[in-house]
Ligand binder design. Structure first.
Ligand code: TYM
Length: 326
């Protein structure tokens, strides 16, 4: 049996280049390697932990699926579905809740960040990583392609595995987070913060038009030093842009630095905008077409649910028996 890969995308706003370079690009590569059984889902239950407009949520969920398909997630090669359509995700999360200390969840970096951004904590927000553990372990995943910000959540999943196996007998294996070379793309307007859907001003979206990309890249903060260089400690803003250039062009970082030696920010930014625009073109064309075919998207997701559900049910049955439910 091929090892299992699981990852999710939270439908709370549109995908940005951080999501793409930190997760989606790799998710597609892993899928295309043919070495894994991949399960990718739209994490709609997770999206409900942040304040939202219920009138817009359904559209956001649908668009996130469109974006995943447009970026190359292929339903012929991967199982793709909506989290809430497989109710076992919530059922398993409940069982894991009973073995997860609240103090542990209160100390999670993402949770504390959300509070510092002014979010009023609901129990779901606190419980977010436990639902992630359920997402991952329902399919007994070995690898979880995610950005750096999710590393601690996968670490918690590993703790859940150890606690569960200790109390109820060996059931799960500890999954590993797998990261890309760009696991933390920083915000364009603040290089000390990661690019995040909750701070749209610093985001470059996959659906941005060439004009918007040019404008956003032009406005991206740099520093008072001259020259293009890669030194994330001393020059975080410029290094972030160099990394983005490297990832979009496929040119290794040292060569990017060499290529732009002695070139001013304005010219570098022009070329950066161009390489991003060019790479995103096929994504945007596919997206435009798919957005017109809601029926196809919904039926593809439904077919994914049909494949995911029996596996989830099997794990849930095994867990129910182990923990003593009848
Ligand atoms: P979401 O939708 O917020 O993010 C999707 C993926 O993008 C990564 N990411 C980044 N990578 C690099 N630089 C950035 N600035 C950046 N911002 C986001 C995230 O790390 C993520 O991999 N909690 C998950 C969704 C989820 C999930 C799961 C993932 C729910 N259950 C189970 C894996 C396994 C999330 O934050 O998605």
């Amino acid at each position: 049996m091929k090892p299992v890969i699981v990852s999710g995308l939270k439908p709370s706003g549109e995908l940005h280049i951080g999501n793409y370079l930190g997760m989606l690009k790799q998710a597609v590569e892993l899928q295309n390697s043919n070495k894994y059984r991949c399960f990718y889902f739209i994490a709609d239950y997770h999206a409900l932990t942040q304040r939202y407009n219920p009138k817009e949520k359904a559209e956001e969920i649908y668009k996130m699926a469109v974006d995943a398909f447009s970026a190359g997630i292929d339903p012929k090669k991967s199982v793709i579905f909506v989290q809430s359509h497989v109710s076992e995700h919530a059922n398993l999360a409940w069982i894991f809740n009973t073995i997860t200390p609240v103090g542990k969840l209160q100390g999670m970096i993402e949770y504390k960040e959300k509070l510092s951004e002014g979010q009023i904590p609901n129990a779901g927000l606190l419980d977010y990583p436990v639902l992630m553990a359920a997402d991952i372990l329902l399919y007994k995943a070995e690898f979880v392609p995610v950005g750096e910000d999710q590393r601690q959540h996968v670490e918690l999943t590993r703790e859940v595995v150890r606690t569960f196996n200790d109390r109820f007998g060996k059931t799960f294996k500890e999954p590993k987070a797998v990261h890309t070379k760009a696991p933390r793309i920083m915000s364009l307007d603040n290089p000390t913060k990661k690019m995040s859907k909750s701070m749209p001003a610093g985001c470059l979206y996959l659906s941005d038009s060439p004009e918007v990309i040019r404008e956003k890249v032009k406005r991206a903060v740099t520093d008072s030093l001259t020259g293009i260089d890669y030194d994330p400690e001393k020059r975080p803003a410029v290094s972030n842009l160099v990394l983005v250039y490297s990832e979009f062009s496929g040119v290794p970082i040292p060569e990017v630095v060499k290529k732009f030696h002695g070139v001013g920010y304005a010219k570098f930014k022009e070329e950066l905008a161009e390489v991003i625009t060019k790479t995103l073109k096929p994504f945007q064309e596919k997206r435009k077409k798919l957005l017109k075919d809601k029926r196809l998207v919904m039926s593809t997701l439904e077919a994914g649910t049909k494949k995911a559900k029996p596996i989830a049910q099997k794990t849930m049955k095994e867990v129910a028996k182990k923990v003593g439910l009848i």
